[in-house]
Each structure stands twice: as C-alpha cells, then as structure tokens.
Ligand binder design. Sequence first.
Ligand code: HEM
Length: 333
Amino acid sequence: MASSLSLASSPSSSMTVRSCSFFSHPPKLKLPAESVCPSPCATEPQRTVRPTSTRSQACVSFWFSSRRGLLSTTTTLPFLLQLSKFVEGSFPANASELNPNIYTNIKQEIRKVVSKAKAAGVLRLVFHDAGTFEIEGNSGGMNGSIIYELDRPENAGLKKSLKVLEKAKTELDTQQQVSWADMIAVAGAEAVSICGGPTIDVMLGRLDSMEPDPPGRLPEESLDASALKQSFQKKGLSTQELVALSGAHTLGGKGFGNPNVFDNSYYKILLEKPWSSAGMSSMIGLPSDRALAEDDECLRWIKAYAIDQNLFFEDFKGAYTKLVNSGARWRSL
Ligand code: HEM
C-alpha cells in the first residue's frame, strides 16, 4: 500500500485511519483488571531525594505501559478516567511483546535518519503533537495531527524535523503501515537515547487523526509558572511532570549545556540563573524555563533533578510515556 505522505497535504487527501495489518498474532493482553497496583506504592522505588508535596499519590501499574515489568506509574485520577475512555474497545500494544521485529524495525529506520544534531527538533515534535491534548472534551493529543499544523506560528521550524522522519516512515510503510503518531512517539524516545538519555519503551498502535487539533493549546513561552502549571494540568500533567518534561530543553540551542547531550544540565544551569548577569549568559533559557526557577514548587524538583540525574531520567521516562499516550486512540486488536 502506498504510504508516503505529502506533509503539505490537506487532511482529506491522504490520511486515513487504517485497519490493522500490524499485529498478525494478537497477544494475550491482560485487561484493565490488572491495572491497579496490588500493593499500592509498594513498587514505588525508594528515592533519597524526592520532594513529596506535589507527587501524585495514586499508585497505578498501567497494564498498557509495560505489562512485562508492570511499571508503576503515578498519575492523577482525572487522567486515569480519561484513559479508560481512550482504550474503550481497543487496546494499545506493548511493542516489545507483540512482534519484536516491528518495534526493532521502526527504531532501526529512525536511527538511520535521526542524528544527534537532529534529535532536538524530533523531540520537540512530540510535545507539539501530544501537547494539544486536553482532558476536558478529551480531544487533541498524540494523534499525528501535527502534519496539518505545521503552518501555525508555534510550530515554526518543525517541518524539517517531520521531513527527516518522513524518509523513515516511507521505508517502513513498504513493510507495514506505521501511523505518524507512533513514528513521532518512538522517534522522540530514540532521540533522547541517541543523545545519552534514558531508554524509553513506547507502546505501538496509535491511530492518526485526519484533521488538525484545535489551535491555541500549546503553552506560550511568555507564560509564568502558575500559567504553565495550569496549562499542563489541563493535559493531565502534574507540576513534577512539567518540570521533568521541560528538561527536554537541555537539547537544542538554548544554552543548557551541550546541545546534543541529554543530561541534567538544564536543572544545574537553571539553579545558577545565568540570565541575571550581563553578556551572553543573559541569553540562556526561554522565559518559561526561567519562570520555573522562580516558583517554589518547581524549584524543589529542579533541585532534586540537578543533584540526581538518575531521578531525572526515571521521572522523564514516566512523564514522556504519559505524554505520548495522551489523547491517543488505539488500533483494535
Ligand atoms: C513547558 C512549556 C514549553 C514551552 C513554553 C516550550 C517552548 C519552546 C520554544 C519557544 C522553543 C524554541 C524553539 C526555537 O528555537 O525556535 C522550544 C524548543 C524546544 N522544546 Fe520546548 N517548550 C515547552 C515544553 C517542551 C516539552 C514538554 C518538550 C519535550 C518533551 C520540549 C522540547 C523542546 C526541544 C527539544 C526544543 C529544542 C528544539 C531545537 O533546538 O530544535 N519543549 N520550546
């Protein structure tokens, strides 16, 4: 089946929600009965540094986030309720359990096109596709609709990152159809890993939308911390997740350490507040990054991540997984 997408194409021209030829051997999925952590919070790793005031208390093992490892994921109840709607009648697939070749192929093709230099743009794509999600109305999210939204001012510069992925997608689609939503979700995870960050396993099976998401849902860089928190809250993301995900800005040219290395430099540099001094240092960071360092609740997380990179990696993984599942509609198995 022809699969190459013109990025400039209109929604009606080439995007279709395709039936699944993807999973020829449906796995024995354990259904939501398994989702509640049998011993609440018993699986939560003990951490030496962890601000407690904002951490969500609900301990839930998402059956869809990793059945093999039953990863414990803390989340908010509203988000869970929304997720139960998303998966009604269809179930995301644990990529590594279905047909390991599919996931391996996708990662391999992505690694052929995503270099360290291109990683930042690819990771940014994830937020700009998934970040349109809103709990209220259960709309937007990780659905590939970014391909229709490239002319929006907030998406300036992302066309070239999508072009990078299009090459890999075209190749993959000759073997099996992969949605844009899956491509972008996996590519962001690979981008992080290529730059030395954590390995993040991503579920497969997202369906692509056939139209753009509502505009105006991505936070503007001029927002203060309270508005940023509110914006993330509407997406089901906590303050801790806001701070962890913002650590993605360690990649790219905003002055947080090596632009091609994913580490906790972002937090270390935020604590130094280099923008307070004159000269080139005053150029470091976006207003939204600086705003986080002015907020007590965010500052606790910034300090925690600045002194413990493993904690940052672990929390980034959890928040990233939640982000790429936000608003996703899944193929029926
Ligand atoms: C907290 C709210 C956020 C705001 C206001 C924001 C805004 C921005 C802006 C204005 C840029 C600069 C774009 C440019 O250079 O033209 C940027 C870059 C970037 N953003 Fe964000 N962002 C946010 C959260 C995120 C999240 C959650 C992620 C991913 C998980 C992310 C990933 C990136 C990356 C990787 C870059 C560097 C791109 C490059 O250099 O090519 N951002 N962001």
